[in-house]
Design a protein around this ligand. Structure first.
Ligand code: SF4
Ligand code: SF4
Length: 382
């Protein structure tokens, strides 16, 4: 049977437009009664990477969260929301992203994303033991609200990757250290998705104003004018790829997702319903159109060569405000980015010999000061 993805055009973030688009998208997938029953516990899981204002497009727009929350609330669901942000507590980040105000107005509580619950997953592709946020477990349903964005490490950050936020804060950094290879990391993303399978799952992507270029935090806006809906996160991400003319084979979660039974990604396995996708395709969307590199983490690769060919984070010192977020986020010990001699007055510098190329620093920089660049030798090889 084919996976179904609803593609709904939506011109802007006006609440009436978004409400109508969300109602239509869920309606095409069977209607709210297919997803919610009265008194069921439903977790809304927006991508709350960082506490940036809604117009920065780092997080799903508040009206998208609102429209989704309203429709489930009206069905009598017991709602809460949560995510494990890269920077700051759930409530602080949600407030800064405009999500908390909406949640408070609808009586939707924050979930417990601090308490860690260890779980075993013998059927995992790689992560046989997971330590998940308590708030991500025990729900009757999870509604993932992803943002349509690029990602330096995994090419895109979409529906499958959004569930990475179900690992509490430091866990995420630990995984990057344990699994610096993007292909291993992608297997773990698939494992998390396969473990978190409550009675209902719905994946929604906010692509009304997407982020292209140096995502997931430092990119530029791209008006894609679309919302996506599916119960298959792999298929939804595959449609995202199609919308930006990116070969889904360049996104490692696709193959692993299909292999593990999480979902499907090939065009003939996906039924697209709703609006015509062709006029929504943006072939000029700025995304890296090649497979993610393995060089950085390949242990067999000599370090000196690795550093001359692997893409690496580079700081633009004219933009850098010396906030220290990149230093704080770097998961390796000793840090691969830090102030010279620990002097906080000096802007951070990299030690590429230690860097595992997880790009957490690039992901979290609030000033768009870090870009991923390929050294000259690497460019020649690529
Ligand atoms: S996170 Fe960005 S702005 Fe902050 S110190 Fe690092 S490079 Fe500079
Ligand atoms: S310097 Fe940046 S890319 Fe390198 S390990 Fe640290 S956070 Fe990851």
């Amino acid at each position: 049977m084919k996976a179904t993805v609803a593609v709904i055009r939506c011109e802007n973030y006006e609440i009436e437009n978004v409400r109508s688009a969300v109602t239509r998208g869920i309606g095409l997938l069977g209607g709210i009664s297919a997803f919610a029953q009265a008194h069921e516990k439903i977790l809304l899981k927006p991508n709350l990477l960082a506490g940036d204002r809604p117009d920065k497009l780092v997080t799903p727009y508040p009206t998208v969260f609102q429209a989704v929350a309203e429709i489930f609330k009206a069905a009598g669901a017991d709602m809460y929301y949560g995510d494990s942000s890269g920077m700051g507590s759930l409530e602080r980040v949600a407030r800064q992203a405009g999500i908390k105000e909406v949640a408070d107005s609808l009586g939707i509580r924050p979930a417990d994303f601090r308490t860690i619950v260890p779980v075993s997953f013998p059927g995992a592709l790689l992560a046989k033991q997971l330590r998940l946020a308590a708030g991500a477990l025990g729900a009757d349903g999870i509604i993932s609200i992803a943002k349509m964005k690029t990602h330096g490490f995994t090419r895109i950050t979409g529906a499958v990757k959004n569930q990475f936020g179900c690992l509490p804060g430091l866990q995420k950094a630990e995984f990057h250290v344990k699994m610096p290879d993007v292909y291993d990391f992608s297997r773990v993303l698939v494992d998390i998705n396969n473990y978190l399978k409550p009675r209902l799952r719905l994946f929604i992507m906010d692509g009304i104003a997407a982020m292209e270029g140096n995502g997931p935090r430092g990119g530029e806006p791209s008006a894609m004018k679309v919302l996506l809906f599916s119960i298959d996160p792999v298929a939804l991400d595959a449609v995202f790829c199609r919308l930006i003319d990116l070969d889904p084979e360049f996104v490692p979660t696709m193959k692993f997702g299909e292999e593990s039974g999480l979902g499907v990604y090939k065009p003939d396995e996906i039924q697209i319903i709703g609006d015509d996708i062709e006029p929504l395709i943006n072939k000029n969307f700025r995304v890296v159109r090649r497979p993610p590199e393995r060089f950085a983490s390949a242990r067999s690769f000599p370090t000196f060569l690795k550093n001359r060919i692997s893409p690496r984070p580079v700081i633009n010192y004219e933009r850098c405000v010396n906030c220290g977020n990149c230093v704080q986020m770097c998961p390796v010990a000793p840090k691969a980015v830090g102030r010279p001699a620990g002097n906080k007055d000096q802007k951070p510098v990299y030690d590429y010999k230690r860097c595992i190329r997880c790009y957490c620093c690039q992901e979290i920089c609030p000033e768009k000061a870090i870009a991923i660049k390929i050294p000259l030798l690497g460019r020649l090889i690529h």
